[in-house]
Design a protein. Structure first.
Length: 319
């Protein structure tokens, strides 16, 4: 697997300007692109970083009319994770197929059917009032068509594929995708786990776990979910002082985690590499550089053997 960071910022895009510099760590909101060894394309969240990814996918087509087929997985439907989809060029091209996965409550299902997909089974739900399709339509249309010039149906390549239960989402000969629900305001957030099996039987695991608030009651559950992962991309938006100092009342319940808690959790789970993302919009490059140095030093103290990195827009990690 190759993992490419196209958006690393949390909450709101933060472009470089006279007041803040974000060129090194990035200003686009969350979007991660995974290339499977089997040639499949997987996109995690559609923050503003997905615009640049779309241009890349269009430019890398082997022929001008070659179809782009990709899976897009939403962790949740807060605006910073959906804002870029209307600017994702492949979604407008007939013949492309962008299968959009996201969780919806069973009460939101108005139509349900199953489709076999290699060794896995996908549960498709369309039109649910609490689902991905409805949320994206509202983002583009609003209540009176005032939000965006085009409606969702102009994104002809988008195929909603919503699910009601976590667990195994899909599986092919080479790749399996599992899901679990984690703590975040407004009905939680979905974490995705990708397990890739090589021809020799060797397995590699990548966990995408942004927008999670790790609290003591969930600690063992998260450890089990991250257990043995080669790479975990995790929400590390807060500084430890945000949860242990004077800001604790302000930050508690906002649905994010401080990097020291992430380090302790990753170490307990036997994670090899921890990539901290969803950077706070107030933190410029200098601040994040200092944070990375502090996080690495703390990991050396309490989590020997764990590699800790702050996500940088444009970075690539090979699993």
């Amino acid at each position: 697997m190759k993992i490419h960071m196209y958006g690393t910022r949390g909450s709101i895009p933060v472009p470089t300007d006279a007041d803040i510099t974000t060129k090194e760590f990035g200003g686009n909101t969350t979007c991660v692109y995974l290339q499977g060894a089997d040639g499949t394309h997987h996109i995690l969240d559609a923050g503003t970083g997905i615009r640049k990814l779309g241009l890349r996918l269009m430019a890398e087509r082997p022929t001008p009319k070659a179809a782009i087929k990709a899976n897009l997985y939403f962790s949740h439907l807060h605006t910073d994770h959906t804002l870029g989809l209307p600017f994702f060029v492949p979604a407008y091209v007939p013949g492309n197929e962008i299968v959009v996965y996201g969780k919806v409550g069973t009460s939101g299902a108005t139509e349900m059917y199953h489709r076999n997909a290699d060794k896995g089974t996908r549960m498709l739900l369309k039109g649910g009032p609490n689902g991905v399709q409805n949320a994206l339509a509202n983002q583009m249309h609003g209540t009176k068509g005032e939000s965006f010039p085009l409606d969702l149906d102009k994104l002809v390549a988008v195929k909603p594929c919503e699910f009601t239960q976590t667990g195994k989402l899909l599986e092919t000969d080479a790749l399996r995708v599992d899901t679990t629900k984690v703590r975040h305001p407004r009905d939680g957030c979905i974490s995705y786990k990708f397990t890739e099996t090589a021809g020799d039987g060797n397995r590699k695991t990548f966990v995408y776990c942004t927008d999670i608030e790790i609290v003591p009651a969930d600690y063992m559950k998260v450890i089990e979910w991250w257990k043995g992962a080669d790479v975990v991309i995790a929400d590390g938006q807060y500084d430890p002082s945000h949860v242990s100092g004077s800001l604790s009342a302000y930050k508690a319940g906002w649905g994010h985690t401080d990097w020291e808690t992430d380090i302790g959790t990753a170490h307990a789970a036997g994670v090899k590499t921890l990539v901290l993302t969803h950077h706070d919009p107030m933190n410029d490059d200098d601040t994040l550089r200092r944070t990375e140095a502090r996080a690495k030093a703390r990991a050396a103290e309490i989590a020997p053997g764990l590699e800790v990195i702050l996500a940088r827009e444009g970075a690539t990690y090979t699993v």
